[in-house]
Design a binder for this molecule. Structure first.
Ligand code: ADP
Ligand code: MG
Length: 338
């Protein structure tokens, strides 16, 4: 984690902290812990009797660490092992990774490739999430990296337990779903332990178990993409996920232009048109993949996608700061700025 990214994560975290303090009145049975995981700050809040809450928080953090060890793109993981074997045929992989890659390919298909889990070669080039500085690559470098991408060139075989990357130099980057997949798992762990009320915040992406208190949903703030300490909306969430993809988390400015970490798989350059896409959905992987895809699709195609996807709502902010809502989004959202 480079210093700049660390500072950004702190800023994000403090907004999340502000959100949590407005959403959870101080109470003896609220137990909170924070850890740096999956490239961000993870804060777990569990409402339960003290010992049970402590045990649950620890179990959640351990589970999320396990997902990091499975999916990390930069640190050695099961994913980096598979990537290193690109071009050598079908490779045996952890069944959980095979399933996750399968899921990601499903979203690639459903979003016409706006979500593409094979952007590893481009991610390496731009280096938004690894250590060291991000950089603006030459166009020729981008074209060379683009030639090593394409979700149709990945095959999985669930019964054989293998993943095939068809060509040497290809690599999977699951950064668009791994963090919130870990929130899916966190929620599962909490439910298994009998926790009925909890919130897990991973750098602004949030999973919620149950209600905050009887009859009251958890309230989660949506960050203003141009003001790290401001909120544009507050969402009321019971048992579900709220996830945001934005151009303000990992970016650099060059000659007045913003370059950020969500890439258009067609061009290899950062997607344009939106500042943020916030998705409310019943599962984490779904929310995360769709938030990234909608960010790439832009306002018109993004809203069309949300309209035809049942159970999922979204809230987009375009590059002029204008807000757009899917048909049912306002049922969850209280907009705090115009
Ligand atoms: P964050 O993880 O920062 O909350 P996202 O969920 O939008 O934000 O994921 C962005 C990450 O997804 C990038 O850092 C990169 O690893 C990966 N990525 C970038 N562009 C795409 C894309 N078009 N499809 C799938 N994954 C992408
Ligand atoms: Mg995402």
């Amino acid at each position: 984690m480079n210093r700049l990214w660390f500072a950004r994560a702190v800023a994000l975290f403090s907004v999340a902290g502000l959100v949590c303090s407005c959403s959870t009145a101080p109470s003896e049975d609220l137990h909170k812990e924070t850890r740096v995981l999956l490239g961000t700050f993870v804060e777990v809040t569990v409402k339960a009797e003290k010992d049970k809450a402590k045990q649950a928080v620890r179990a959640v953090l351990d589970e999320m660490k396990r997902v990091e060890d499975l999916t990390s793109f930069h640190k050695p993981s099961e994913l980096t092992r598979i990537n290193a074997l690109a071009g050598s045929g079908a490779v045996h992989a952890d069944p959980e990774l095979v399933a996750l890659v399968n899921e990601s390919l499903k979203f690639a298909e459903r979003t016409d490739g706006a979500f593409d889990p094979t952007l590893g070669p481009l991610a390496k080039l731009w280096n938004f999430s690894g250590g060291g500085e991000s950089r603006l690559p030459d166009d020729s470098e981008i074209q060379t990296a683009l030639a090593k991408t394409g979700w149709r060139r990945v095959k999985t075989d669930t019964s054989a337990g293998t993943i095939t990357l068809s060509e040497k130099g290809m690599s999977l980057d699951l950064g668009g779903i791994a963090k919130v997949y870990s929130l899916d798992r966190a929620r599962m762990v909490l439910k298994k332990l009998g926790v009925r009320s909890a919130l897990v915040n991973a750098g602004g992406d949030v999973a919620v178990v149950g209600e905050k208190s009887p009859g009251k949903p958890w309230r989660v703030g949506v960050q203003d993409p141009r003001n790290p300490r401001g909120l544009v909306a507050v969402a009321a969430i019971t048992d579900g996920f709220i996830v945001t993809s934005g151009d303000y988390e990992r970016f650099f400015l060059r000659d007045g232009k913003r370059y950020h970490h969500i890439l258009n798989p067609e061009t290899g350059y950062p997607a344009t048109g939106l500042r943020s896409a916030t998705i409310i959905a019943p599962t984490g992987v779904m929310a995360d993949a769709i938030s990234t895809a909608v960010f790439v699709l832009g306002v018109k195609r993004g809203l069309e996608y949300l309209k035809r996807t049942p159970g999922v709502e979204g809230f987009l902010i375009d590059d002029a700061g204008k807000m757009f809502f899917s048909p049912g989004a306002k049922d969850y959202l209280e907009v705090t700025s115009k």
